[in-house]
Design a protein. Structure first.
Length: 464
């Protein structure tokens, strides 16, 4: 049992409080990756938008040099909130703009960027792949090409060589399941394919590449902490008393979650990405598990849907749903803090430390986010009380940014961005998150303000 205080749901000492970001969504002027090419095509992104200058973290000064001034000002904002960590990604297409050609000035800029974090007391967590591939890699078949494991390892080696003196926390690949599913099955991310065999091939390749990258990093840096950020959807049987619903939920959990988690812990490539074979370099290839948690999904057995493994997924009709892009009827997800607790408990069975590498909510007027943050963290605290080794929380995200296929109209930020002027305005939720970080936990009086209905649950012990 960890320390419980009467007035604050305290996290363990040394807990990391961060925000998570990604290169393509923040830097701007990324033109040499497959996303920039995708954005230039008609009808790919909501209202034809593009990442463009993004939040200008990789800005161009009047002297035409790369300027990190805007990034530094955002790092100031994070530090002023009381955070002690920040997750960002490096952009492969900047570092290796052509096959085998490394741009050392880009690596130096990243070293400078990481230095800005360290100088502000923000421990960097560096993601090595966050959805974007250099165009030269796309032309070679990207993650469908077996050679990409070698290309990725070589890239990782250069990055660790350049940044390893400042970075301990590495995240190899962000959400392999989302990259594979959205790009190759749903077709909403590049390359816009709809093929189950290609989806499986890509996921398998990414998992193998993760294992190779894990070994590469540890060969170069013995004290590195290396993990992967897994987007974990919590599947709940529509009717818990129904054996077929339970089986349907367990099947989706296996495909969507356990495939990845078994691979990076036991080294086992289970169906659909393998036949149960064990890959030595994948075994125990994570020092922590990164959890990206957004929503919970209910699953019913449905004999009319063989193409979807006889399952039907839905959000609880009585649940609160988060915002989506204006005019869209499909919600981004069900708001379910208890799902975070379940995700943590399920992950804990793998016996690894856990970081919540992403958690957040699209919320146009910031009327949900304060409560969202406080209640999700209360559920994280609850998991810790039951022995879950949770080491940190990264809120997605600091400043409203480019949300992939949803463009600029799905705001996840703690700060609002005026895209004309670049001005950032703090939202109420930023102060809420700051108070929590500064208290190293969720204060009772804060919960009273933002989620009064939840106070008795945590401070009255009703959660048990
Ligand atoms: O913006 C994304 C991020 O790039 C990956 N995880 C989910 C976030 C919100 O959709």
């Amino acid at each position: 049992m960890t320390n419980t205080s009467p007035s604050v749901l305290k996290m363990p000492a040394g807990f990391l409080w961060g925000v998570a970001t990604a290169a393509h969504q923040n830097e701007g002027r990324n033109r040499n990756n497959q996303w920039a090419a995708w954005e230039a095509k008609p009808n790919r992104i909501y209202r034809g938008q593009r990442a463009g200058a993004a939040t200008a973290w990789w800005d161009i000064s009047p002297e035409l040099d790369v300027s990190l001034e805007t990034a530094a000002a955002d790092f100031d904002r994070a530090a002023e909130l009381g955070l002690n960590s920040l997750r960002l990604s490096v952009e492969w297409s900047r570092i290796e703009p052509a096959e085998g050609v490394f741009d050392y000035s880009a690596l130096h800029k990243y070293a400078e960027m990481i230095g800005l974090l360290c100088a502000r007391g923000l421990e960097p967590m560096v993601t090595l792949h966050h959805f974007t591939d250099p165009l030269w890699l796309t032309e070679k078949g990207a993650w469908e090409n077996p050679l990409t494991e070698d290309y990725f390892s070589r890239f990782v080696e250069r990055v660790v060589d350049a940044l390893g003196d400042q970075v301990i926390l590495w995240c190899t690949i962000n959400e392999p399941i989302v990259y594979a599913y959205n790009g190759f099955l749903e077709g909403v991310f590049p390359p816009g394919a709809r093929s189950l065999p290609r989806t499986i091939k890509v996921l398998r390749r990414m998992l193998l590449a993760h294992g190779r990258a894990y070994r590469t990093i540890h060969r170069m840096q013995s004290d590195a902490q290396v993990g992967l950020a897994h987007s974990m959807r919590v599947f709940l049987p529509a009717n818990p008393a129904s054996a077929v619903d339970r089986r349907a939920a367990a099947l989706l959990d296996r495909i969507s979650n356990r495939t990845t988690l078994d691979a990076i812990t036991a080294g086992r490539l289970a169906p659909p990405v393998g036949f149960g074979e064990t890959v030595t370099y994948l075994m125990d290839s994570c020092d922590y598990i990164g959890l990206n948690y957004y929503t919970t999904i209910h699953v019913a057995f449905d004999p009319t849907r063989p193409g979807l493994f006889f399952t039907r997924m839905f959000f609880d009709p009585s649940a609160e749903l988060s915002d989506t892009v204006p005019g869209d009827t499909e919600a981004y997800g069900e708001i379910n803090p208890g799902g975070l607790y379940l995700a943590l408990k399920r992950l804990a069975t793998y016996g690894k430390p856990i970081y919540i590498t992403e958690n957040g909510v699209p919320d146009h007027d910031d009327d949900v986010r304060p409560r969202f943050i406080a209640t999700h963290l209360a559920e994280a605290w609850r998991a810790i009380q039951e022995g879950v080794d949770l080491r940190g929380y990264y809120h997605w995200t600091l400043v409203d940014n480019f949300e992939w296929a949803a463009g600029w109209d799905l705001p996840f930020g703690l700060f609002e961005l005026d895209r004309e002027t670049g001005v950032r305005t703090p939202k109420a939720s930023s102060a809420v998150y700051g108070r929590i970080a500064q208290a190293n936990g969720v204060p009772c009086e804060l919960l009273e303000q933002v989620a009064p209905a939840s106070v008795s649950r945590y401070f009255g012990g009703e959660y048990t």
